[in-house]
Design a protein around this ligand. Structure first.
Ligand code: MG
Length: 378
C-alpha cells in the first residue's frame, strides 16, 4: 500500500512500532518528529530515509543537524519544526503519537491540511474533542483511532449504520499493574513500582496513567468524542488478559467484540490501511493456548482517577481539559518524586472542584482551563 507518512512522536513506543508497520507494509516514512531523543532519531532517519526530521528541543535539533550532515535530510527544530512535519506536503497521512496536551497544536495543523490522521494522542480529544472533530469535517481530514480500545470499537461499529441501535460501548481495562491492591497498599507505591508495567513497554506518563486507571478514564472521554456517544453509554470492564480489546453492545443485546494478541502494531496498521486489511508484522492470537478470559468490575474506590474521569466526561465542556491538565501536572510531580501515588487523584479532584467548567468552550477557554489546572496542582 503506497502511503506517505509523517510520524509525530517517532521515538516513543507507538512511534517506534509505527515505523515497524510502515517498513513491513512497504509504505514510506516521509517525515519524522520527536521531542529530544537525538540518538534514536538519527538511527531512525538512517534506516527509514525520511525527507524531513524535526526535534522539538532546539539544542537536540542542532546536534541532529551535525550528525546528519552527510545526508540530504532536512533537519528542523522547535515547535516550528514539529509543525513543519505535521503539515509536510509530501505526506498524505500523519500518525499523531505525541504525548499529552503538547500534541494538540501539531495534530490540529495536520487536520487543517486535510491529512489522514491516525490518532494516538488521546489528550487531544479529551481536551478539545468537539473543536478538533469539527475542524476535521471543515478541512476534509479523516481521523482513525490508533489506541487499541478505540480501534476495537471502530471495528465493532463498522457494520453499524444507525448509532441509535448502539446500547453502549464497553472498553476493556487490564486493571493495571496494581490490580487487586487496596488504598493502604497504593499509598506506598513508588515511582520505580509504577514504572514496572507488566504488559506493554510504554512511556513514563502513560505507564503511570495505566497504573492509576486515569488512562482508562481518558479513553472513555476519547471514545465519547470519537463515536459521539454520551458518557452514560460507555462502560468499563476489567479484563486482565487484554485479548478482547473492547466491545459494542447493541439494542437487541448482541455484543460484538474484537480480539487479538496484545500487540499495538495491529491497531496502528489498521488505522493506516482501513478500509483494507493486509498482512503485517503483528503476532497472531493463539486462541487454543491463550487460557480462560475473565471479566470484572473496576475498583473505583482504590482507583479514584477512573471515577473522576467518568464524572468529568458527564460534566463536559472544559472539564476534560481541567482533568487532563491537572493529571499531567500531578503525574510529572509524582515522577519527580515530589508527591505520592494517591496524591495524583487528590490533586486532580482538587483542580476539578476549584475550577468551574465552561460549556461549549472556545480554543482559548480550553487553553485557559489547562493552564488553571496546572497551576491548581502547584
Ligand atoms: Mg489503550
Amino acid at each position: 500500500m503506497s502511503r506517505k507518512i509523517t510520524v509525530l512522536g517517532s521515538t516513543g513506543s507507538v512511534g517506534r512500532q509505527s515505523l515497524e508497520v510502515i517498513a513491513a507494509c512497504g509504505m514510506e516514512a516521509a517525515a519524522l518528529a520527536a521531542n529530544s531523543n537525538v540518538r534514536l532519531m538519527e538511527e531512525q532517519v538512517r534506516k527509514h530515509r525520511p525527507a524531513l526530521a524535526a526535534l522539538a528541543d532546539e539544542k537536540a535539533a542542532a546536534d541532529l543537524r551535525v550528525r546528519l550532515a552527510d545526508t540530504s535530510v532536512r533537519v528542523a527544530g522547535g515547535l516550528e519544526g514539529v509543525l513543519e512535519a505535521a503539515t509536510f506536503g509530501r505526506a498524505d497521512t500523519v500518525i499523531a503519537a505525541l504525548v499529552g496536551m503538547a500534541g494538540l497544536r501539531p495534530t490540529l495543523a495536520s487536520i487543517r491540511e486535510g491529512k489522514r490522521v491516525c490518532l494516538a494522542n488521546k489528550e487531544t480529544l479529551v481536551c478539545a474533542g468537539p473543536l478538533v472533530l469539527e475542524e476535521a469535517i471543515d478541512y476534509g481530514a479523516k481521523i482513525y483511532p490508533v489506541d487499541s480500545e478505540h480501534s476495537a470499537l471502530f471495528q465493532c461499529l463498522e457494520a453499524n449504520r444507525d448509532r441509535g441501535e448502539v446500547k453502549r460501548l464497553i472498553l476493556t481495562c487490564s486493571g493495571g499493574p496494581f490490580y487487586g491492591k487496596k488504598r493502604e497498599e497504593l499509598a506506598r507505591i513508588t515511582v520505580a513500582d509504577a514504572l514496572k508495567h507488566p504488559n506493554w513497554s510504554m512511556g513514563a506518563k502513560i505507564t503511570v496513567d495505566s497504573a492509576t486507571l486515569m488512562n482508562k478514564g481518558l479513553e472513555v472521554m476519547e471514545a465519547m468524542h470519537l463515536y459521539r456517544m454520551p458518557a452514560e453509554k460507555i462502560s468499563v470492564v476489567v479484563h486482565r488478559e487484554s485479548i478482547i480489546h473492547s466491545l459494542v453492545e447493541y439494542c437487541d443485546n448482541a455484543m460484538i467484540a474484537q480480539l487479538g494478541a496484545p500487540d499495538m502494531r495491529l491497531p496502528i496498521q489498521y488505522a493506516l490501511t482501513y478500509p483494507e486489511r493486509v498482512p503485517g508484522p503483528s503476532i497472531p492470537l493463539d486462541l487454543w493456548n491463550c487460557g480462560p478470559l475473565t471479566f470484572g468490575t473496576p475498583d473505583m474506590t482504590a482507583f479514584p482517577c477512573l471515577a473522576l474521569a467518568l464524572e468529568a466526561a458527564k460534566t463536559g465542556g472544559t472539564a476534560g481539559a481541567i482533568l487532563n491538565g491537572a493529571n499531567e501536572g500531578a503525574v510529572a510531580q509524582f515522577l519527580a518524586g515530589k508527591i505520592g501515588f494517591l496524591d495524583i487523584p487528590a490533586k486532580v479532584e482538587k483542580a476539578l472542584s476549584q475550577i468551574k467548567a465552561v460549556q461549549n468552550p472556545s480554543m482559548q477557554d480550553i487553553l485557559d482551563a489547562d493552564q488553571a489546572a496546572r497551576e491548581a496542582v502547584g
